[in-house]
Write a protein that binds this ligand. Sequence first.
Ligand code: P6P
Length: 371
Amino acid sequence: HAADAHRTDLMTITRFVLNEQSKYPESRGDFTILLNHIVLGCKFVCSAVNKAGLAKLIGLAGETNVQARIWAGEEQKKLDVLSNEVFIKALVSSGRTCVLVSEEDEEATFVEQPKRGRYCVVFDPLDGSSNIDCGVSIGTIFGIYMVNDSHEPTLDDVLQPGKNMLAAGYCMYGSSCTLVLSTGEGVNGFTLDPSLGEFILTHPDIKIPKKGKIYSVNEGNAKNWDGPTAKYVLISFSRALFSAFTSMQLPHSFLELRYVEKCKFPKDGSSSKSLRYIGSMVADVHRTLLYGGIFLYPADKKSPNGKLRVLYEVFPMSFLMEQAGGQAFTGKQRALDLVPNKIHERSPIFLGSYDDVEEIKALYAAEEKKE
Ligand code: P6P
């Protein structure tokens, strides 16, 4: 009967959040309604992303029917534009939002009465969309703030530090559609069951391993990295070369003791890290969350603030990492303490397993001491 109970006791994302919200007697169910509209957007995008792949196939086969033509590209809006429209409409129609910030829109959207609610949502409707054509997983990333004063919402309601977020999550569109969410009480993963059209709890209480064996960074940017990152990743390369040709270990005093851990040659002789980099943040972060390790998008000479956006990439992923027992660092401070001045501001980010991020923090601290 236990197995049957498991099969018939469907823990959908709505039911899960209702259970969580029931701990707050004052909650009026608004958050659950808001979340349901975000979930609706994710279901639409999941379907559209899958069709886009299929439509390309149909398109290639010279299919002339209207539906295929729409999807194959002639009339099809770019998927990220389409996804953005769907999320904006879903969030406004929820009647629970007042300020919306999207990666796709230069300006914030202020929701007019009578549809105005208490929540501010910052989101990237389709992050990594350049990867659609090669079938790499992409995703929607979102964060939710409570408005300071629902009568006069302003940009200040979204220019808050990430630690003020009430909830954050992402939905990854890959071989399956997985929604990972935290409302501030841990991290849970839900997988879309297409036959039910429901997200079912499949990854309860996700905890990131304390230390991992994977580092995830675009090493192609290495020539432009600043000191600590380059040393963290590249100095080990010279050790590798030296050791390979001389079968000796370089004396650590030569390489400055502070650069203790290396991605490729940890000092303590433990196994080296592997490099895994997909170039789609949701996919790289999801693997880091489940397997452990560190994801880095450092500042570099070309982009002094890194590439990733604070509000709807750095903050939600940092929120999830902390909730799962990991941490997130900008090179200067805890990522969630950052106070953005502009809605599309960027920041360097190092996030993942607690111990791995500690290593990069030590490198930056050492660099600071030298200055
Ligand atoms: P790069 C995708 O374009 C994205 O915004 C993130 O999803 C991803 O982590 C990053 O950029 C990849 O950037 O410079 O390595 O191609």
